[in-house]
Design a protein around this ligand. Sequence first.
Ligand code: UFG
Length: 344
Amino acid sequence: MSRILVTGGLGYIGSHTVVELMQQGHNVVIVDNLSNSTIEVLEGIEAITNTKPCFENLDCNDYVGMERLFNSYPDIDAVIHFAASKAVGESVEKPLLYYRNNIGSLVVLLELMNAHGVHNIVFSSSCTVYGQPDEKHLPVDENAPIQKALSPYGNTKQVNEQILRDTAHANKSLNVVLLRYFNPIGAHPTALIGELPNGIPNNLLPYVTQTAAGVRNELKIFGDDYNTPDGSCIRDYIYVVDLAKAHVKALQRMLHGECDEQVEVYNLGTGHGVSVFEIVNTFKEVTGVNLPYVVVGRREGDIEQVWADATKANAKLNWKADTPLADVLKSAWEWEKKLRNIAE
Ligand code: UFG
């Protein structure tokens, strides 16, 4: 049985991945500083898996604390590094916070992995590295050009990828898998864990479910004059549980020595583009709940359309994100109802 260190393991994608790892028999150690999560998530994980994972309330930038952790768990086989700040707008206001949290923590981790003979890391990257791909690159595969980042957040993901490549180049025993996520949505089918946005949500789905719950008055749709079939932006919305399962597959591939390259890159998406209006209409259809919305101007920095060519992940990881959108949206609504104590 392998021992996996999961940083940010109480966050949205981290917690769903911890559940899948535990259900596949891995021993997990979670590191999380609760900056964008709560300790109740640990109870959710325990309720789903019937096991309490090891948890350390630690900041990945705390070198001394992290060193103590590596000493306490000398059997770590691999790291999955989720811990990061992730709000695009906030990163524009507070760039240094993002450079410290997202760049500093990876450097600390890699130094300690090196010192403690840990040779495997799976890293949370983002489709943001592709910016707005040209039409000829849609759907976007892993070889599409990387574009200049539009925010400090996006830049941290690009720099993180480069740091991992440089470190792997210098240390041939280090294996790296870069997972470029498209738009994760939904919650665990048990409704025991899900997304917990801080304050007013920036992302579409939590805004939709909070509006449906009456916490927000109306959803603002950012633009209906894009060059897309219905005028709203198109994204590749991937079920968070499907995304979590891809991490387990990537990890197993690594631990079994099956990687073709020292640094492997995978796009994780469904391969289908869905517009904002399609999300809104499908949500209303499957939940039967009223969802007031208003179309407003475009949001600065938004990409018009992007969706994944996930052929490589489908083939090499033997994985596919195939949960129907209707089920995913239902799971998001079940979670919101649970959070707000809303009956049927
Ligand atoms: N949207 C609305 N109203 C809202 C929120 C979002 O219309 O209240 C629209 C956006 O304009 C966009 C779509 O819904 O067209 C999705 O927006 P999100 O904010 O949910 O997601 P983004 O695609 O903008 O951002 C996500 C991640 C980022 C990542 C980026 C990469 O949240 O971390 O993908 O493209 F950098």
